[in-house]
Ligand binder design. Sequence first.
Ligand SMILES: Nc1ncnc2c1ncn2[C@@H]1O[C@H](COP(=O)(O)OP(=O)(O)O)[C@@H](O)[C@H]1O
Ligand SMILES: Cc1ncc(COP(=O)(O)OP(=O)(O)O)c(N)n1
Length: 550
Amino acid sequence: MSALPRLERPGYLRVDEPAATGSVAADRIRRRIPNILSIAGSDPSGGAGIQADLKSIAANGGYGMAAITALTAQNTRGVRAVHVPPVAFLTEQLDAIADDARVDAVKLGMLGSAEVVAAVGDWLVGTRPAVVVLDPVMIATSGDRLLDADAERALRDLLPLADLVTPNLAELAVLVGEPVADDWAAALAQGRALAAATGVRVLVKGGHLAGPETPDALVEADDTTVGFDGARIATTNTHGTGCSLSSAIATRRAVTGDWSVAVGEARAWLRESIAAGSELEVGGGNGPIHHFAGVWARGGTTTPPTPADLAAEWWEETAGIRSAIDDLPFVRRLADGSLPRDAFLDYLGQDAVYLRDYARVLAAASRLAPDADAQRFWAGSAAGALAEELASHERLLAGAAATAHPEPDATTTAYLDHLLAAVARGEYGVVVAALLPCFQLYVDLGMRLAAGGFGAAARRPEHPYAPWLASYADPGFAESTRIATGILATTAAAATPALRERMRRAYRVSAEHELAFFGAPRGGSAAEAAAPHDADGARNPATVVATATA
Ligand SMILES: Nc1ncnc2c1ncn2[C@@H]1O[C@H](COP(=O)(O)OP(=O)(O)O)[C@@H](O)[C@H]1O
Ligand SMILES: Cc1ncc(COP(=O)(O)OP(=O)(O)O)c(N)n1
């Protein structure tokens, strides 16, 4: 434990915003999440109704809201009972939402009774949502009625308030007053007739056709038709497919602004969810679809650490190394000004050698960077390392008649080999992780030296190494370190667990090399300069590292 005061989590190492570079996370934050309202009945088994709608909306990128029109007692085998609460209370629900939240799209499902249809119609006329998708739920797949006969008539009057209506074959037949179509051509003709009569676009759905295909078609009022083909998926998990599809279309329409794109995207998601339905074990009848199959498969179900958590955690892991650096006689004597000049020049010469290859590694990070901002940042850092830092080393060394480019010693060689091996492996995240301790540990030390954390001597203008100390407390260097830390953290947060672990190890090993570099024997006074503060056997960098990491 260092006896020296330490700044707690210095501000320049905090990562609480996405880095100032383009990233998937930043794009996600900029895009508006649409609010989608489902006005529908409740299915306690979770496969249809508002329960399905909320899952579909979430899986398709929206924020789901729900006003309940009716309660059903149903499961995967059928509907046992329906209760329609007082309609005035539905209006209360709708007004409560509209008075407070933006509604980007509405999906209408089971409306239950003519009074409910009328109340919903009044509310739509009053609020005029930008997108209205009407799934005219009348009869469940199980054959149970979900809408009384009066309401069927009222529902026809509601159609002009919708932008899209999504009937299944039986519902389409009721709406056009014809028998149920028994082939796709007849279904399409009915869809065209409905669109022409009402002026509302119709999604004709082929889920209930006999045969191996399940085509759907988007029919505009002007008869323009976009067809969507798809082979029938062999499954009994089709409970709630209509509810799920209509709320997914409402969500994707709010996101994309295009009806045929929205239908195409919603169908792709639905087909994946139908195919995975058999993974669920819910009930003995027609089971639900697996609304989150794709999301779970691609995103997992555990919450990965945030960039800020990772930056703080990795920095904390170097606490022992930082304490050991603070305790090194080299650092203490650098701070109080008693470090012999030959030891300082020896250190400077090795640092100059190190910087030339470090700049190559920075350039490699630029080459591997996934976006232009990061590419620019690393290229700028490589140029800065050569133009500013290396040049200042060379000036100091030339002034002292010392050689600006000595041979790298064992400690410098080991550190550079670690960095160059990361480049050779070619993983951007690992290269960035290996680069970071050099930024962070120097800024941390420089800031604490400048703040008087190692005694007042380091702050005096007459300190023999004052210009050198000042360069490490430079605000520009601190800002670069903040950006580099942000890139590291966002890259680590987006990485697979295995890559993140390789990054963490590369970061840790670089921090250990930093300690070894500070603790290496230096110049004619090496024995004195490099001896540990409270022990005598730590000249070998490996021993220094072992002491620090124990
Ligand atoms: N077995 C299946 N394989 C693939 N798609 C299906 C299957 N069953 C239904 N669908 C699709 O599910 C959606 C809902 O269709 P449908 O079953 O006709 O309506 P509803 O669920 O309202 O009765 C449509 O896109 C349809 O093509
Ligand atoms: C409360 C509730 N609303 C609607 C339906 C019908 O759902 P749908 O998506 O048409 O699917 P099927 O289960 O009928 O295929 C429902 N059952 N309950």
